[in-house]
Design a protein around this ligand. Structure first.
Ligand SMILES: Nc1ncnc2c1ncn2[C@@H]1O[C@H](COP(=O)(O)OP(=O)(O)O)[C@@H](O)[C@H]1O
Ligand SMILES: O=P(O)(O)OC[C@H]1O[C@](O)(COP(=O)(O)O)[C@@H](O)[C@@H]1O
Ligand SMILES: [Mg+2]
Length: 512
């Protein structure tokens, strides 16, 4: 799945770097502050210290090959004769003026990593620079727009921006490429074989970006591969846009493989949807910022309630099945939070270093405290029956118990035991669905638009089995299977989590 490209700029950077070695007084590339970048090859400038960068190390780092993550293209399994090409209709779109460089070529790439330690050759992947195909319009397309039959489906839980993505897929296909056969599949994967497709057009979807949820409806479970692919074939769909989270994408990989093995001229693409921001590789998922913003209202309310009570604790549970991104970002944005609990960190309640001790001190100092807990945190501590242990939703995801309700009850028991007769209040706010059922904010709406349009461009170029998404702020095409298996967890060793801890002053809550 990979090929090596030695790009000419790599060579030219190497040459620049090497030529600097022989002309010590010239400005070196990548050394912004000459006084901090003495090279050991310049004896008159002193001996090597911590700020030194060896030219040889720079050359080595820059001379690494670029490994391009290859994408599936219909030409990989269909004869070229079945894939006539057409000029991109954007050539004649009155609103576009394709200039030199407007169209993206297969050699346009975006590097996965932009932060490098030039001196490190032992770091993972350091033997090459990983790159992805840049997203964007191609000069030639492989679909006659009049023959396109596009199907759009939304699966899994809600996320702000779902309707915007659908809207922009419809408007983009219609306005940019002249596609007129666009259909919504109602109620998730099961809708392929249990419902009639709904014809979509720009007029119908015009104001959908202002509405939360998904106008196409969604569901969990109901993934029947053969029925889905048969339905796609029977209805002559040749473009499939699947919008959903990790489960949906694992399903999309199976659909893609089945379509490929049947040799159909059908493109499959997925648009990652996860309010939890738990999908890896891409910078962030759409709707996440809206969810964090909406969570502020719950935190503010918890703070007001806590402050207005004697020994008041405001407890807010936020979404995050296996990752604590929403809780973390909401905590960082709020500054009213005393403690943030996430699934990536175990915590203990009792004893020295435990949550109760910490909150007891906060109440003593401030008279109140605000706790934010992600829904997946502390699940291993909540007592559950055998049937609860086994419980799964229709998609096979484990059903979590309510960590907020459990924590509230534990807090009350602790206080009654250790501070009998003293006033104490816990106000538990569970805004779960409120943070994901809202329409996307302006930033997420714009993001959804770019996501939808960059996806359409890739599909019209008949890349298949791919996901479009931003890496380092640039839109790229990533193999679907890679995204489906990726995970984005909070790195509790990095600066962001340290920042949470420095704001809240919370300890690790480990048993001492
Ligand atoms: N491993 C899998 N293989 C095939 N389909 C799956 C898989 N996991 C989930 N699905 C299907 O994907 C859809 C959404 O999955 P779910 O886990 O509920 O949400 P999300 O996609 O948001 O993670 C459901 O219809 C489910 O049946
Ligand atoms: O009640 P539902 O609809 O199953 O949704 C609850 C789950 O959905 C989520 O919001 C998102 O999950 P998915 O993106 O995997 O669908 C989780 O945070 C939460 O556990
Ligand atoms: Mg999921």
């Amino acid at each position: 799945m990979s090929e090596h490209l030695f790009l000419s700029h790599t060579c030219s950077l190497m040459q620049r770097s090497q030529s600097n070695k022989t002309k010590p007084n010239q400005t070196k590339p990548f050394c912004s502050n000459r006084s901090l970048t003495m090279s050991p090859s310049d004896p008159e400038e002193g001996s090597r210290n911590d700020y030194d960068i060896d030219d040889h190390e720079i050359s080595l780092a820059l001379s690494r090959p670029i490994q391009l993550q290859r994408l599936y293209h219909l030409s990989h399994y269909l004869p070229r004769a079945d894939l006539p090409t057409f000029p991109n209709p954007l050539d004649h779109n009155p609103f576009f003026h394709p200039y030199d460089g407007f169209y993206v070529s297969p050699t346009d790439v975006i590097l996965r990593q932009i932060v490098y330690d030039l001196a490190s050759s032992s770091a993972p992947n350091s033997s090459y620079h990983l790159a992805y195909h840049r997203a964007g319009p191609r000069s030639r397309i492989f679909f006659d727009p009049s023959e396109v039959h596009a199907a759009i489906v939304t699966c899994g839980g809600l996320c702000p921006g779902l309707n915007t993505v659908i809207r922009e897929l419809v408007v983009g296909l219609w306005e940019l490429y002249g596609v007129r056969h666009i259909f919504g599949i109602p109620s998730g994967y099961r809708g392929f074989y249990s419902a009639d497709p709904v014809p979509l057009n720009p007029k119908l979807v015009h104001s959908w970006h202002k509405i939360g949820g998904t106008a196409l409806q969604t569901s969990r479970g109901g993934f029947d591969l053969q029925k889905i692919v048969n339905s796609i074939q029977d209805r002559r769909f040749n473009q499939l846009y699947v919008i959903g989270g990790d489960g949906t994408m694992r399903g999309a990989v199976k659909i893609f493989n089945e379509i490929r093995s049947r040799g159909f001229k059908i493109v499959v693409t997925a648009i990652p949807k996860t309010v939890d921001n738990d999908v890896g590789i891409i910078d962030r998922s759409f709707g996440f910022q809206t969810a964090v913003e909406t969570a502020q209202q719950a935190i503010n309310a918890a703070h007001v309630e806590a402050e207005s009570a004697v020994n008041g604790i405001g407890l807010v549970k936020l979404m995050g099945r296996s990752t604590g991104h929403i809780a973390l970002h909401a905590t960082l944005s709020s500054r009213d939070v005393d403690c943030c609990l996430i699934p990536e960190n175990d915590f203990c309640l009792e004893g020295e270093g435990g949550l109760f001790e910490f909150l007891g001190l906060r109440l003593k100092e401030n008279g109140h405290a605000v706790v934010v807990v992600a829904e997946g945190a502390g699940q291993n501590m909540i007592p559950r029956s055998d049937s609860q242990k086994e419980e799964k939703d229709e998609s096979g995801n484990s059903v979590f118990l309510d960590v907020g309700a459990w924590l509230k009850s534990e807090l009350k028991s602790w206080w009654a035991r250790d501070h009998p007769g003293e006033l104490f209040t816990v106000k538990y706010i569970d805004p779960t669905y409120m943070i994901r059922a809202v329409p996307a904010n302006a930033t997420d709406n714009l993001y959804c638009t770019l996501l939808a349009h960059s996806t359409i461009h890739g599909v019209m170029a008949v890349y298949t089995g791919f996901v479009s998404g931003p890496i380092n702020g640039n839109y790229v095409y990533i193999p679907l299977a890679e995204v489906a298996e990726s995970k984005n967890e909070v790195n509790t060793g990095d600066h962001k989590w340290a920042w949470v801890r420095s704001i809240t002053n919370q300890p690790d809550f480990v048993k001492s």
